[in-house]
Design a protein around this ligand. Structure first.
Ligand code: PLP
Length: 395
């Protein structure tokens, strides 16, 4: 696999040169004022990215999976009931993690390619007269299927049922790339990792918690130590960390927030929409369909493309890697072999996306797919040419 080519997996994303340089940082004494001065602006900047004024932000060495675990173990007790829908590999894995933590998960099975079922959530919550459900779990952007769920609609469903459950949102492949509003949507815990919208190497679990989630922390009995919010919040208050912090990643995060805010979060979201829309134009010109069932569900960070029957999506990915040195994402779980995924998040421009679309097209032509070479590229070119207003410098 060539490291000269951009990657088109839905995270880790391409790392901008500025961030590569930022994480190349000498050791410092993390108990010194140098670290204290580094941490506070990052935690404050994260609040702006998560769009929370009332929440607190936390960082742990880890990834999105660590953040899932931190969210549930810090706020719940073994046997507690949570409500979740399974509609893709990542919602499935969060459910599995909860079950292994001894939680009682009420699972709503939903077709892969659909979003979180707000109506079924509302029914389940309304039927829960004793308010046993402590939290509702939502995967904002199902990376396996390229499906965006409507988090604000889930909040409305919880409120319509008059239910006090907390709302936990996996924003691993959406936060910092797609519109996400923690306070406005009444989210109690939001999570992500450093290797997606923040365009950094993997290594940080990133969370924001509401005052309600913080209250739940006091009575939660799930065992936790490394991911204990209490230790982290206490030490962070004086600029410290409960153990050795991943200083270079935290420094990178500071620069990443700066890059996102210099571009402007709204422009970041608009860029992701435009790039994704160009990919979607290409998919439609190929005569193929997305795994996402409806337009309102389309993800702006990853497109899962259904291959025609008799073809293998995994072959697209292996052939692209072997012949062209380009990485796409394979289908996972129920959609393994049925889709291949083009990741288009983080450090990405229209021109980079065009190279991914062109590669996918060459691969499909090589493998005998019934597509016309050049058709997807032409459709995306036409879209980018007419929708792009200014020179893009992100890469
Ligand atoms: N949730 C979603 C939506 C993801 O896309 C991923 C990883 O791709 C995860 C959770 C797990 O995160 P990680 O691999 O960083 O542990």
């Amino acid at each position: 696999m060539s490291t000269q080519n951009p990657v088109f997996i839905p995270g880790p994303t391409n790392i901008p040169e500025e961030l590569r340089r930022a994480v190349d940082y000498p050791s410092i004494d993390h108990r010194s004022p140098v670290f204290q001065e580094m941490l506070a602006p990052v935690l404050a900047g994260l609040k702006r990215v998560f769009m929370t004024k009332q929440g607190e932000t936390l960082l742990f060495p880890g990834t999105g999976t660590g953040a899932w675990e931190a969210a549930v173990t810090n706020t719940l007790s073994p046997g507690d009931k949570v409500l979740a829908a399974r509609h893709g590999m990542f919602s499935h894995r969060w459910i599995d993690l909860c079950q292994r933590q001894g939680l009682n998960v009420q699972v709503i099975e939903e077709e892969w390619g659909k979003g979180a079922p707000t109506g079924a959530f509302e029914e389940a919550l309304a039927a829960d007269r004793n308010h046993e459900i402590r939290a509702v779990l939502v995967t904002h952007n199902e990376t396996a299927t390229g499906v965006r769920s409507d988090v604000s609609a889930v909040r409305r469903a919880i409120d319509a049922a008059g239910h006090p459950a907390m709302l936990f949102v996996d924003g691993v492949s959406s936060i910092a790339s797609m519109d996400f509003r923690m306070d406005e949507w009444g989210v109690d815990i939001a999570i992500t990792g450093s290797q997606k919208g923040f365009m950094l190497p993997a290594g940080l679990s990133i969370l924001a918690i509401s005052p309600k989630a913080k209250l739940a922390m006091a009575s939660a009995k799930c065992p936790r130590c490394y991911f204990d919010f209490r230790d982290m919040l206490k030490l962070n208050a004086s600029g410290g960390f409960p153990y050795t912090p991943p200083v270079s990643l935290i420094r990178g995060l500071d620069r990443s927030i700066c890059m996102l805010e210099t571009e402007g979060l709204h422009n970041v979201f608009a860029r992701h929409f435009r790039i994704a829309e160009g990919v979607r134009q290409a998919v439609s010109a190929w005569g193929l369909k997305l795994c996402a069932k409806e337009q309102k569900l389309y993800s702006d960070t990853v497109s899962a493309i259904v291959v025609p029957s008799g073809f293998d999506g995994t072959r697209v990915v292996t052939h692209a890697a072997e012949k062209y040195g380009v990485a796409f994402g394979v289908g996972l779980g129920e959609v393994a072999g049925k889709v291949f995924r083009i990741g288009h998040l983080g450090s990405m421009t229209d021109v980079m996306a065009l190279s991914g679309i062109a590669t996918a097209e060459m691969v499909m032509a090589d493998l005998g797919f019934p597509i016309r070479i050049g058709s997807g590229v032409a459709a995306a070119q036409e879209y980018y040419r007419t929708s792009c207003g200014s020179v893009q410098t992100k890469a």
